[in-house]
Design a protein around this ligand. Structure first.
Ligand code: ADP
Length: 227
């Protein structure tokens, strides 16, 4: 059996503010298998961003271990963490953060070039993913020439351009009207199913959460399953 895409093992994180210690996560365990889509539905201030940052190797836990695939990351230096983030983890945010002066195709080519692919390889793969996401007719459009849903689909294409094993999404449809959000979610789900990547999706949208494989929330610094 293949390794989990993501494993948090007894992960704790607190923030120090002056003399105060604010505990956020206290001994969190979470495993995402390849191909699994998990909804993280938690109130503001409960530690959602902290959890996503830890899983995305943007922050380090105070204690515990974060595995990306079979790699334990706690002892890695910053360079190794950055490389692992680049190759194994994709991020999608509420706002697309595409580069405005570049086309959809170029926005998806770029992370692949940074990861060392040739231009032709990167271009071929960018066109393939954008086509899968229904954007074959928008390859040469700049973000300003795309609708909100199209922009977000380009952001998803960029996030998976380097075939990560893990996708972390923070309110990926939060900025879209319900119909468009539904379409973007369906496209994302199809991509997860097709590619076997694991996705952790923070959302307040209970309808979308209901369509994922599992729902979790954060309570008192612990991950608990939602009913
Ligand atoms: P969420 O994403 O669920 O809103 P966060 O993970 O951003 O929650 O934050 C959880 C708690 O940790 C909050 O009480 C927040 O104020 C606190 N916190 C987050 N980041 C920092 C920081 N850099 N310094 C101090 N406190 C922080």
């Amino acid at each position: 059996m293949s390794a989990p895409a993501l494993q948090l093992a007894n992960v704790s994180r607190a923030y120090v503010q002056g003399d105060n210690v604010v505990p956020v996560l206290g001994g969190v365990d979470l495993t995402l298998q390849p191909g699994e889509m998990v909804a993280l539905v938690a109130p503001s201030g409960s530690g959602k961003s902290t959890l996503l940052h830890l899983a995305g190797l943007l922050e380090k836990p105070d204690s515990g271990e974060v595995f990306i695939g079979e790699t334990a990351t706690a002892a890695l230096d910053d360079g190794a963490r950055t490389r692992l983030r680049r190759t194994d983890i994709g991020f999608v945010y509420q706002f697309h953060h595409l580069l405005g002066e570049f086309t959809a195709l170029e926005n998806v080519i770029m992370p692949q070039r940074i990861a060392g692919l040739s231009f032709d390889e990167a271009k071929g793969r960018a066109a393939e993913i954008l086509t899968f996401l229904g954007l074959a007719h928008r390859l040469d459009h700049r973000p300003a020439e795309l609708s909100g849903g199209e922009q977000q689909r380009v952001a998803i294409a960029r996030a998976v351009a380097n075939t990560p094993r893990l996708l972390l999404a923070d309110e990926p449809t939060g900025n879209l009207d319900p119909g468009t959000g539904e379409h973007v979610f369906a496209t994302l789900a199809a991509l997860v199913r097709q590619s076997g990547l694991a996705a952790l999706v923070a959302t307040h949208n209970l309808e979308l959460a209901a369509r994922m494989d599992r729902r979790i929330t954060l309570r008192g610094g612990q991950i608990v399953p939602m009913a």
